[in-house]
Design a protein around this ligand. Sequence first.
Ligand code: NAG
Ligand code: NAG
Length: 422
Amino acid sequence: MRSTLLSLSLLSLLGLSAGQPRHQHQHLHRHRANRAPIAKRDKVTVTDSKYSTTTEVPEVVVYVDQNNNPIRTTTETVVYVPATVEIYEASTPTTEISPLSTKAAPVVESESSSYQTASPTTQQASSSQLVSSADSYPTSSKSASSSAASPSSSSGALHGVSYSPYKGNGECKTADEVDADFALIANDYGVMRLYGVDCDQVATAYAAAKKYGNKLFLGIYDITAVEDAVSTIAAGVQNDWDIVDTVSVGNELVNDGAATVDQSISAMNQTRSLLRSAGYEGPVVVVDTAVAILAHPELCDESDYCAINCHPFFDANTGPDAAGSFVTSTVSSIRSKLSDSSKRIVVTETGWPWQGESNGEAVPGLDQQSTALSSIKTAFASNASNVILFTAFNDMWKKAEAATFMAEQYWGMGGQYSPSDE
Ligand SMILES: *[C@@H]1O[C@H](CO)[C@@H](O)[C@H](O)[C@H]1NC(C)=O
Ligand SMILES: *[C@@H]1O[C@H](CO)[C@@H](O)[C@H](O)[C@H]1NC(C)=O
């Protein structure tokens, strides 16, 4: 309860102070894309594709009003029901959903337990919403990704790239499909950034990275299950730790109000010590947005290097040719807040969509994307390995959302689709 309320305040604070609230929207939908609340009596039932079996968990539930002001906080049993493919693919146009309401799953008519079977689009009609802290800890890592590190051969010469092993229908890619993806892009990038350990992705990406000569930026998406994740990682890379560039813990959780700063840092601390015991000596970091890191530089101070996601597209005053300077000036701002100003800073996601709606001067398009990527590459010409480009392929498993300019699926560089989605 405390953490959720803190998160609410944090989001408001960031929205007010950062001047680029859009920045916060970007990944929220990823966490709730497949949710649709359904009615039940005394328990909150949430359809969620991240669960493969029906799962009941006690959760702190915060009821909020239309303006996201908390009304009441309780502990209730939340029943997660696996989503069907049909729900997954259902495309409901979602408009005018605030960042907080995109996180909100169930909807209630009042403070009583009469849960509506409403879709997220109807939330505004209800008198109050319900935000479950369970949203804070997605167990599936179907989020975006990218990374930057030095390739095994030429250090620092190549950018990293984010990579997600999901097909357009939401299914996991097989080892062969991951191999086919790597075959197309492996030579262009040093590090491949993954976001989670589901879908056997550590093992399938390890096999491909070994074959094509890449390094891996691995991710633990669910910070409440780091022990299992570390075991999965160790098994997936067969204790061949040299191939691991970085292990990240959480992606934009503080930005999304899904975890507190302390929760993020303790999860990282725990992960680091587990990884050290398993034989990995490389960097362990928290990844969050530039906005969240500016507000909480300790996230970087406690990380082995500073890892930020930074998207010029979400700044309405930044056109494609200013993308590079937007990123470098953001990096400078962050540097000025670090307790060690010489610390390495890696931009773990940056890119530009090739399709979607315009955000002021930030206009999507293939030409615009090309201009933005050149601008970013030029700005980081001397340290390409400090940038992970977002993203390798169009993410057809995501959902178009008004809050992210209907562009969420179309950040694949060069408009490229994965062979599995063709
Ligand atoms: C994380 O570990 C660092 C270094 O040991 C320690 O100073 C810090 O207090 C820890 N933070 C949390 C939140 O556990
Ligand atoms: C990359 O190098 C440029 C030029 O030296 C510097 O301004 C920038 O801060 C560096 N970026 C990162 C992420 O280290």
